[in-house]
Design a protein around this ligand. Sequence first.
Ligand code: DAH
Length: 345
Amino acid sequence: MIKKLEEISAQALRDLEAASTLEALEQVRISVLGKKGTLSDVLKTLGSVPAAERPAIGAAANEWKRKIEAAIETRKASLENAVLQAQLERDRVDISLPSRLPHRGSLHPITQTTRKIIEVFSRIGFDVVTGPEVETDFLNFEAVNIPADHPARDMQDTFFMGPGVVLRTHTSAVQMRTMRNQSWPLRILAPGAVYRNDSDATHSPMFHQVEGLWVDRDVKMSDLKGTLLFFAREMFGADAKIRLRPSYFPFVEPGAEVDVSCFLCRSKISDSCRVCKGTGWLEILGAGMVHPRLFEMAGYSEAVRSGALTGYAFGMGVDRIAMLLHGIPDLRLMFQSDVRFLKQF
Ligand code: DAH
């Protein structure tokens, strides 16, 4: 019987070693030590053994049982460890991988262009001022020498908010606001949104301008030209040129339209240039010497009479400059909030 116990136990130990999963190990345990297990079966026949031999067989059986149980524990621990290792390997986090960058938006091309314009002029002493978008008819028109019958006041162009109140049609209104609130000398830049009842690929009912104004003694047309040339070079490249074409704006005399040489074809006139369309020049702003009527409206008459108080003014369309710089074909793209468009800037 001892021999039988030995055989069963040796087989059990071999089976334990061969069990490759926790489930298989449990099966082996049941098949040997379970109620109907091989070891238990042998012990059930103990009654047929002579009484004198029983203690020795019982002791041997207990010894084998203890050995098998110990072997099961050892095997179990090593299988559990293997399961844990496999799990750790599977759930492994590679901490050396670069992290996902947080999503950052970007500034709208119009904001970028406005900031660039402000940056250029602030380097030569211009201060930024702002005015309201809902403006009086008086400051938007009357005070900048646009008489009541001027076509700019036509229902087609101006959004009227109520009697005597309009959405400003240009930032020139800020010139008068500032002059009526502050004394000269003045060197200001007024960026902001303006409104006109107009809409197509190059016109939007809301667009953006930057107005400039310098009022002091002895400001000359050549100062205006020098300032604008400096601006053109900073904005469009060091070899940019400008030209002034005589033009009419009610708030300046003389007045001019200002062109900058095409920054794409560098004025090497060719029909195929998509920016200047072969003209070599891009119209970017209006400018001139402040009309004496504006000084009168501002309450500067005394200074004008007693000395040589003069000034220049200019106004430019930011949206148009941004379109030229980035080759944007349709102004409406700017205001549709399409991320695919905005992402490019
Ligand atoms: N206010 C004009 C416009 O909206 C632009 C302009 C032209 C402004 C000449 C000026 C200027 O200050 O001198 O079209």
